[in-house]
Design a protein around this ligand. Structure first.
Ligand SMILES: Nc1ncnc2c1ncn2[C@@H]1O[C@H](COP(=O)(O)OP(=O)(O)OP(=O)(O)O)[C@@H](O)[C@H]1O
Length: 283
């Protein structure tokens, strides 16, 4: 049996006094479209960032494409990142550059030295970039400045930029959080179409249950840094997700309350070794 593309085992991440992820376990196979569903502060971004080596676990294991990510440094880390595209909520385009140049920056990891201006990229990459722009429906905008596009169009440019890497995995961190409902649907539809065509594996964080059900194969639910739901979307209804999510979340809240009580009791008994737990607290 082929090993999973992504394997997270007993992952904990602590930022000072905040336990952002706790005991997270997830296995994702090639070609799956997984939605990380959770409220603000539930740990979605932190989990995604571990998959690309942007965060280091406090404990636990993160294997992506056969590599133990936290152990990678330098060239090997860059090589892994070259195989993993990342799309962000705020698009992260260079506003003053043309759409085409923004897309071309997706190939920088594979080129030596800095590039300035369209002329500095090889013709084959320019053709590839135009092809990706065509794929996301923006070929006619190639020579326009990025900041003249709408939010939905900018996110499509960001997707085309990620495709320049020819990634095997696409990570998307709340890619539609800044978009209106219609653009959100378009962007999610595009991500799904591209993933299906190219056999891409997608891990996409969202907080809207409707979008998760419509565009994901599977929902992984996070709450307070814990995994509280992991289920295929097929045959699932919104009410059912809310019911499962709510029920597990309530059970988790009870467990957390007991743990906090125990921690407080042990802190009182041994004040010198007390270490309060501030799960889900602000940054
Ligand atoms: N660099 C950091 N330093 C300190 N705390 C952090 C840091 N990054 C995240 N956190 C905390 O970890 C918890 C999880 O944050 P995270 O951004 O992963 O949640 P999220 O589900 O992606 O939220 P959102 O949807 O608002 O982006 C939050 O309590 C957050 O404040």
């Amino acid at each position: 049996m082929p090993s999973p593309l992504i394997e997270v085992r007993d992952l904990d991440k602590r930022f000072d006094r905040t336990l952002a992820l706790h005991g997270v376990e997830a296995t994702i196979d090639r070609g799956e479209i997984v939605v990380l569903l959770g409220l603000s502060g539930s740990g979605k971004s932190t989990l995604l960032r571990h998959l690309d080596g942007l965060e280091t676990p406090t404990s636990g294991s993160v294997r992506v494409l056969g590599e133990e990510v936290p152990r990678l440094r330098g060239r090997r880390l860059r090589a892994l990142r070259g195989r993993v595209g990342f799309v962000f909520q705020q698009f992260e385009l260079v506003p003053s550059l043309t759409v085409l140049e923004n897309v071309l920056t997706g190939s920088l990891a594979r080129l030596r030295g800095p590039r300035l201006g369209l002329w500095s990229y090889p013709k084959r990459l320019k053709l590839a970039a135009l092809g990706h722009l065509d794929r996301v429906g923006l070929l006619d905008r190639a020579y326009q400045r990025a900041d003249t596009l709408s939010g939905g169009q900018q996110q499509r440019v960001a997707i085309a930029r990620a495709l320049m890497q020819e990634p095997e995995i696409l990570l998307a961190d709340e890619p539609v959080a800044s978009l209106d409902p219609e653009s959100s649907e378009q962007v999610m539809a595009l991500i799904r179409e591209i993933a299906m065509d190219a056999g891409l594996t997608v891990v996409c964080s969202l907080h809207q249950v409707d979008l998760a059900l419509a565009w994901g194969d599977r929902i992984v639910g996070l709450r307070g840094g814990r995994l509280v739901l992991d289920t295929p979307t097929e045959g699932l209804g919104k009410a059912e997700v809310m019911e499962i999510y709510g029920r597990v979340a309530t059970a988790t809240a009870e467990l957390e309350a007991i743990e906090t009580e125990l921690a407080d009791a042990s802190a009182e008994a041994r004040p010198d070794r007390a270490e309060p737990l501030a799960e889900g607290a602000g940054r």
